[in-house]
Design a protein around this ligand. Structure first.
Ligand SMILES: [Zn+2]
Length: 376
C-alpha cells in the first residue's frame, strides 16, 4: 500500500478546513480526514462561524461621493425545497451607471438571478429578481446580493443581505421546480403579450362596483381571484363579476398559507374556493407561499388547476398612493419588477387606492405601449 502525504484544504459548509490527506491505495482519489482538521489561520471565515451580515452594507469610497447600499426583500416563509423570489436592490445608483447583480445563499440554499436589471430613476435604485432555492431541511436561510456598479471609469462592488431570513417552515417539497415552470407560474400561463390585471381576496361593494365600471369603460378583461368565503357572503356581487365577462380564479376558501398545509386540507381549501373559469384554471396561493413548489403544483394539478403568481406587485394592500403604484408599474422598484409584455399585475379588491387609482394604472400600462387583454 502506497501512501502519499499531501495536505488538503477543503471548504465544508463555508468553513475552511485543512488536514493531512491520505492517498487511497492504487485508487488515486484523495480522502480527507475530518478528525485531523484544524482551522486555517489568517483566512477570512476560517475555522469560526461568521457573524451574521449587517442589515445592509454601506460602502464609502473617497474616489466617488456615491454611497451604495444593497437591500434584499423576500417572502418570510415557504416550504423546505421550495424556491422563493427575492428582489436585490442597489441604492444610490446614479442615472448613468451600469449595474450587474448576482447573489448567493446561506446554509445550503442556492441563489440564481434571472432577467434584466431594472432602474428606477426617481429612487436612484437598480434591482433584479433572484430566486432562493431552499434546502430540504427546515431552517432559516439568507440571500446575499452582490452588485458591480460601473460609473464611467470607476467600478464599485457592494454586497449585503436582507433584514429577515426566509424561514423554511412548511411541508417539504423535495423535488426542485424548473426555471421554465417558475416562469410560467409567474405569468399565470399567459400565452400572449397582453398584460393581465388580477384582483385578489375581495372588497367592499363600492370598491368592486367601481373596479368593474373602470374595466368596462376601458374594455379590459381582468382576473378575479377572490376568497371562497367572500363569494359566499357576497353572492350577488360575485355574480356581477362573472356576468361582466371577467375570468374567475381560485384563491382558496379562507386564505391560509398553503406551504404549511397537508394534502387533505389543501384539497379542501381548493374545493371551497371560487370555481375557476378559463383555461387553464388558475390557483393563486395566498401570500404566494408555495407557489414555486412541486408539491403544491402536483396537488393543484390533481384538482384541475395550474398555479399562478404574478410578475408585478402594486403592494396596494399596504395603502400606497396611485402615484406610487404607477411608478412601480412604470419603472419597478425595490418591491416589484416593472410591467412588461405578457406580465401579470397583482392588485386587491380591498386596496385603499386601487379602485380610485385603477384608471391611472391602466393608463400607465398603455403608456408603455403594452396592450391589456380586451373584455370584448
Ligand atoms: Zn390574497
Amino acid at each position: 500500500m502506497r501512501r502519499s502525504s499531501v495536505v488538503v484544504t477543503v471548504a465544508i459548509g463555508g468553513l475552511l478546513f485543512t488536514g493531512a490527506g491520505f492517498g487511497a491505495a492504487e485508487g488515486g482519489t484523495i480522502s480527507v480526514q475530518r478528525a485531523a482538521t484544524t482551522a486555517v489561520p489568517g483566512v477570512p471565515g476560517g475555522g469560526a462561524k461568521r457573524a451574521p451580515r449587517a442589515v445592509a452594507t454601506t460602502v464609502q469610497q473617497a474616489a466617488t461621493k456615491v454611497a451604495l447600499r444593497i437591500g434584499v426583500g423576500a417572502p418570510q416563509y415557504d416550504s423546505p425545497g421550495g424556491t422563493v423570489p427575492t428582489i436585490v436592490t442597489v441604492y444610490g445608483v446614479p442615472r448613468s451607471a451600469k449595474v450587474t447583480i448576482s447573489a448567493t445563499g446561506t446554509g445550503g440554499s442556492t441563489a440564481t438571478c434571472a432577467g434584466a436589471v431594472w432602474h428606477n430613476p426617481l429612487r436612484h435604485t437598480a434591482s433584479r429578481t433572484c430566486y432562493l432555492r431552499l434546502p430540504n431541511t427546515r431552517g432559516s436561510y439568507r440571500l446575499t446580493g452582490r452588485a458591480v456598479v460601473t460609473m464611467g471609469t470607476v467600478v464599485r462592488k457592494v454586497s449585503g443581505a436582507g433584514k429577515r431570513p426566509v424561514v423554511a417552515d412548511g411541508v417539504a417539497s423535495p423535488t426542485a421546480m424548473t426555471a421554465a415552470d417558475i416562469q410560467r407560474i409567474e405569468r399565470c400561463g399567459n400565452p400572449t403579450d397582453n398584460v393581465w390585471l388580477t384582483f385578489d381576496d375581495g372588497g367592499s361593494k363600492a370598491q368592486v362596483t367601481s373596479i368593474l365600471a373602470t374595466l368596462k369603460r376601458n374594455n379590459v378583461r381582468a382576473r378575479f381571484l377572490f376568497r371562497g368565503d367572500w363569494a359566499r357572503r357576497n353572492p350577488a356581487l360575485f355574480a356581477s363579476i362573472r356576468a361582466a365577462g371577467h375570468v374567475i380564479g381560485n384563491h382558496t376558501a379562507t386564505h391560509p398559507a398553503l406551504s404549511r398545509l397537508g394534502r387533505t386540507k389543501l384539497v379542501e381549501q381548493v374545493g371551497r374556493g371560487t370555481a375557476a373559469t378559463g383555461t387553464p384554471k388558475l390557483l393563486r396561493p395566498p401570500f404566494g407561499a408555495g407557489a414555486f413548489t412541486t408539491r403544491l403544483q402536483n396537488v393543484a394539478r390533481s384538482q384541475g388547476y395550474e398555479l399562478c403568481r404574478w410578475t408585478t406587485d402594486t403592494y396596494d394592500w399596504d395603502g400606497p398612493s396611485s402615484a406610487t403604484m404607477v411608478e412601480r408599474i412604470r419603472y419597478g422598484d425595490y418591491r416589484s419588477a416593472p410591467i412588461s409584455a405578457g406580465g401579470v399585475i397583482l392588485m386587491h379588491g380591498h386596496g385603499t387606492n386601487t379602485a380610485s387609482g385603477l384608471q391611472k394604472i391602466i393608463d400607465a400600462v398603455r403608456a408603455k405601449k403594452l396592450k391589456l387583454q380586451p373584455l370584448r
